[in-house]
Design a protein around this ligand. Structure first.
Ligand code: NAD
Length: 392
């Protein structure tokens, strides 16, 4: 990105705990910018509940237009209202801005409890496809004409082992395209090359879903084999041609079945590096990975399109904690780091990391981490943000 030192950055604080963590994250990101000689001009935008109050709609065109115009932005969580015409506001936002890759790093911060044996050895980056799969939202209720047509088709065309049970049935479609898969896998491989990573693992259920998830794997391997020359090697080629010996500065592309991967995530996370996967696998896997670094209050994320970044934490609006000044703003703050990384503000990003680690390792933490550790000081969201700003 070509970003000036005083950029306009759009921000949505978000619904539920967004009212607590949004201002906290804004304060910390602003302080890190200032400490590195810059000044952010925040542009408050609205979506979800806050937009309904102001504009009587969930996803105002102005909000989308601002993200399109400035290409860089950050958002808190949004609650999708029941019966609002959207399956999910977040999915709609990602699709309408064509933010096709959801990047979710899993790294351990000193002082955060983890169920993993050696959490410091864990340093993974998940690339979740963001626009396709069962999240495309193509599904039909029981009793509709489409469902009956599919039922008839299955029974007539597909034989005895594919009959659908009698009675009501809902049907959904899982589109996975060559275009969508390849641009996601390219993004993951590019990231691995730029950041000196050793491997990219394609996570799929191709053993069961041959024409969707297995295609994801095959198209992914096609990218690895055909587009990167000597810089990238697939695991099969590695064994066929080099007896498993990895040449220096080469990224190895391999694959794992999604259910087994959830096991390896707990047992041997240190063996994995960059992961690339379809939408649903990515949703499950990244929440699970979040639990390994202290829970959803910590886990950061960013949606990437071509020349566009919209940072957002992995977690949702956690309504039970909303407005209590108690939620953990770390996930949104660290999401802001991902935005800074894309902007080339590496020094500001590092300041944030050091300041967050400083607070957590001295056991000054919000309730979610406090209840997982012995002793320490339980801080409110706003106090925790002030502590980080002081550290910066
Ligand atoms: P959630 O992520 O909001 O919360 C689950 C639990 O995780 C919370 O009860 C809380 O215990 C914990 N938690 C989450 N964030 C935390 C934080 N910052 N600090 C401390 N604890 C935290 O998931 P949910 O309850 O299943 O969903 C609530 C709403 O959020 C739903 O409407 C859902 O659609 C929406 N949602 C939005 C997004 C998004 O905006 N990207 C993502 C997921 C869910």
């Amino acid at each position: 990105f070509d970003v000036p030192d005083d950029p306009i950055i759009p921000i949505i604080h978000g619904d539920g705990i967004g009212v607590d963590i949004g201002p906290a994250a804004q304060k910390v990101l602003g302080a890190a910018a200032e400490a590195t000689g810059r000044e952010i001009n925040w542009m408050r935008l609205y979506a979800g509940e806050s937009a309904r109050e102001r504009y009587d709609e969930n996803l105002p065109e102005d909000t989308l237009e601002a993200f399109r115009e400035f290409n860089v932005g950050i958002k808190g969580p949004l609650t999708t209202p029941v019966g609002a015409g959207y399956r999910s506001l977040n999915v709609a936002l990602r699709k309408r801005l064509d933010l096709y890759a959801n990047v979710r790093p899993t790294y351990h911060i000193d002082g955060v409890p983890s169920p993993v044996k050696d959490p410091d050895a864990m340093d993974m980056v998940n690339f979740r496809e963001n626009t396709e799969d069962v999240y495309a939202g193509i599904e039909w209720e029981q009793g509709t004409e489409e469902v009956e047509q599919v039922r008839e088709f299955v029974e007539e065309e597909m034989g005895y082992d594919n009959t659908i049970h009698e009675g009501e049935v809902g049907i959904g479609i899982k589109p996975i395209t060559e275009f969508g898969t390849k641009r996601l896998v390219r993004r993951a491989i590019d990231y691995a090359l730029e950041n000196d990573r050793d491997s990219v693992t394609l996570i799929h259920k191709g053993n069961i879903m041959k024409f969707t998830e297995a295609q994801f794997r095959d198209w992914g391997f096609e990218v690895a084999n055909e587009e990167y020359g000597d810089e990238v090697i697939t695991e099969d080629t590695l064994w066929e041609q080099r007896d498993g010996d990895v040449p220096e500065d080469t990224v190895v592309v391999n694959d794992r079945i999604a259910d087994a991967m959830l096991q390896w995530l707990l047992l041997r996370p240190e063996e994995y590096d960059v992961l690339a996967m379809p939408n649903l696998n990515g949703d499950y896997l990244s929440d699970s990975a979040g639990a390994q670094i202290g829970g959803l209050g910590i886990a950061p994320g960013a949606n990437l399109g071509d020349g566009r970044v919209l940072a957002e934490p992995v977690h949702g609006s956690a309504p039970k904690h909303a407005g209590n000044d108690e939620a953990n703003p770390t996930a949104m703050i660290l999401s802001g780091r991902l935005m800074f990384d894309q902007m080339g503000w590496d020094d500001a990003s590092q300041k944030i990391y050091d300041a967050v680690e400083g607070a957590i390792s001295s056991k000054k933490v919000t309730y979610d981490i406090h209840r997982q550790i012995d002793g320490g000081e339980k801080l409110a969201t706003s106090e925790f943000a002030d502590e980080i700003v002081d550290n910066i």
